[in-house]
Design a protein around this ligand. Structure first.
Ligand code: PGA
Length: 255
């Protein structure tokens, strides 16, 4: 049985002071939620302070990106060795990295390989743009992102996949549960072909894109959807705790 995830991606929000306040506001509530992996992904500069606050709790820590290289003359980059000291997870291939920072499937692939090598669990984001969606190309796009992003990687359940249709991210226009489950089913089948059925069945595949306290139930009531990657709503302490609570209650009742 797969344990669902609720992951908060704070993106480029919160100063260190604001990040620590946000954690303090949500920690007790999140810690009480059982049967769900809870992960917070603050900006790099807050990883250490947030990590200190999470010590002794059931809430885990992740970064939002990583350089594939381990060290050297790469000004401004953050290495897996630095992250491995601080956190367990790292978001890779987020559509904002692909869109604004020119990350290709090959770059994402190198990062995933490097993260796994250094004991970090990649939260590998894939998803189609609006024009691909409207052209009926969703499956083709995610199949390519999977094949190239996971190239040369032996099947690993350390990887968490987040299906995030780009048109649903930060737009307030979430996919429907039905749309999400259809693509997530396709992703699981693709992983079974790429690796093995057993690995595909044991690997967590989440939905992301305008998830809120109001619509989380629509996604996690499908047993195929293993939780959510949450952006905007993860900056609101009470709502994020509610998302985790809903996920726990529904997963327990229906799966
Ligand atoms: P959103 O972002 O919840 O604000 O749409 C999701 C994400 O980008 O991970």
């Amino acid at each position: 049985m797969r344990i669902p995830f609720v992951i908060g991606n704070w993106k480029m929000n919160t100063t260190v002071a604001q990040a620590t306040t946000l954690v303090r506001d949500m920690l007790a509530g999140l810690d009480r939620v059982k049967g769900v992996h809870k992960v917070l992904c603050p900006p790099f500069v807050s990883l250490s302070a947030v990590g200190d606050l999470l010590k002794g709790s059931s809430v885990m820590l992740g970064a939002q990106d990583m350089c594939a290289k381990t060290k050297g003359a790469y000004t401004g980059e953050i290495s897996p060795l630095m992250l491995a000291e601080l956190c367990q997870f790292v978001i890779l291939g987020h559509s904002e990295r692909r869109q604004y920072f020119g990350e290709t499937d090959q770059i994402v692939n190198a990062k995933i390989i490097s993260a796994l090598k250094h004991g970090l669990r990649p939260i590998f984001c894939i998803g189609e743009k609006l024009e691909d969606h409207e052209a009926g190309m969703t499956e083709e796009v995610v199949a390519r992102q999977l094949a190239e992003g996971l190239s040369a990687i032996t099947g690993s359940t350390a990887i968490v996949i987040a299906y995030e249709p780009v048109w649903a991210i930060g737009t307030g226009k979430a996919a429907s549960g039905e749309q999400a489950v259809a693509t997530i089913g396709f992703i699981r089948d693709t992983l079974a072909r790429l690796w093995t059925n057993e690995i595909a069945c044991n690997l967590a595949i989440l939905y992301g894109g305008s998830v809120t306290g109001d619509n989380i139930a629509e996604f996690v009531s499908y047993k195929e959807i293993d939780g959510a990657l949450v952006g905007g709503a993860s900056l609101r302490a009470e709502e994020f705790v509610h998302i985790a609570e809903q996920t726990a209650i529904i997963a327990k009742a229906s799966h």
